[in-house]
Design a protein around this ligand. Structure first.
Ligand code: ADP
Ligand code: ADP
Length: 237
């Protein structure tokens, strides 16, 4: 069965035309997906549906072949273990009053995965290592880090509960050019190692998608106008 599937998803904000209509796609483990489209095409809305933050107006989401109902608290909780997210701005997404250790440990605590101090600390250290930050970053605070390092902290927080899916919304758009490349390399690495993590990237930048994603999907006015292997979609006339 597929890791994740969207079947004929639709969504409309109150009093507005459809933000998404008839969106269907399948995600297989290890096949990173790029979601591209102009501003207003529906990318962020689709990501929110995939995260369970917003319920579709129509259609179905399936994880590992089972329909996912975000009205159920227990299903939502299970879904947070399944799918984690990284957002565009690493300045606003990290609480400046919390140490890096607390920030990264948050999903472990809130999802009830791990409470024992030593075990939490060990998983935070492992996550820091996976994203290329030194272990002593744990005791420091977000303002002590550059934009790229902050995005690494946000990625560490997302991967610490061992999710199957990592949803990244414009993960490098707020970073300077040289930092972008290295964050893209990190995401590519995370999506190709032994861990069965699959990355979904929303981006307006085709270069990011070409570097990271085996498959891509193009949204236009809330509809999928193209999807398939990245090389095929990018070379289509
Ligand atoms: P993208 O991420 O591709 O820029 P969005 O998903 O943000 O697209 O937006 C899709 C459509 O939904 C746009 O027409 C946008 O104006 C509209 N929209 C987005 N968020 C809201 C909201 N909170 N309330 C009403 N309309 C919204
Ligand atoms: P309002 O606060 O005006 O109801 P919302 O944007 O919160 O507007 O939601 C509009 C509709 O979209 C809701 O009536 C509901 O059916 C659906 N909806 C949005 N988000 C969720 C959600 N997280 N869970 C369930 N339904 C939601």
């Amino acid at each position: 069965t597929a890791l994740f599937e969207a079947r004929e998803l639709g969504f409309a904000y109150r009093g507005r035309p459809d933000a998404l209509a008839d969106v269907s796609f399948t995600l297989e483990t290890g096949e990173n997906l790029g979601i591209v489209g102009e501003s207003g095409a529906g990318k962020s809305t689709l990501l929110r549906l995939m995260l369970g933050l917003t319920r579709p107006s129509s259609g179905t989401l399936l994880t590992d072949g089972s329909a996912f109902d975000s009205r159920s608290r227990s299903a939502l909780r299970a879904h947070r273990r399944f799918a984690q997210a990284v957002f565009q701005d690493p300045y606003s997404s990290l609480d400046p009053r919390q140490s890096v250790e607390r920030i990264i440990a948050e999903p472990l605590r809130s999802l009830g995965i791990e409470r024992a101090r030593a075990a939490v600390h060990q998983r935070v250290s492992a996550a820091l290592e996976s994203v290329g930050l030194p272990a002593d970053a744990a005791g420091r605070y977000p303002h002590e880090f550059s934009g790229g390092q902050r995005q690494r902290i946000a990625i560490a927080r997302a991967i610490v509960p061992n999710p199957r899916l990592l949803l990244a919304d414009e993960p490098v758009s707020a970073l300077d050019v040289s930092t972008r490349v290295r964050i893209i390399e990190l995401l590519a690495e995370l999506g190709s190692g032994e861990s069965p993590l699959t990355v979904v990237v929303v981006s307006h930048d085709l270069g990011v998608v070409a570097a990271l994603c085996q498959r891509m999907l193009v949204l236009e006015n809330g509809r999928v106008v193209e999807q398939g292997r990245t090389d095929a979609v990018l070379s289509a006339p």
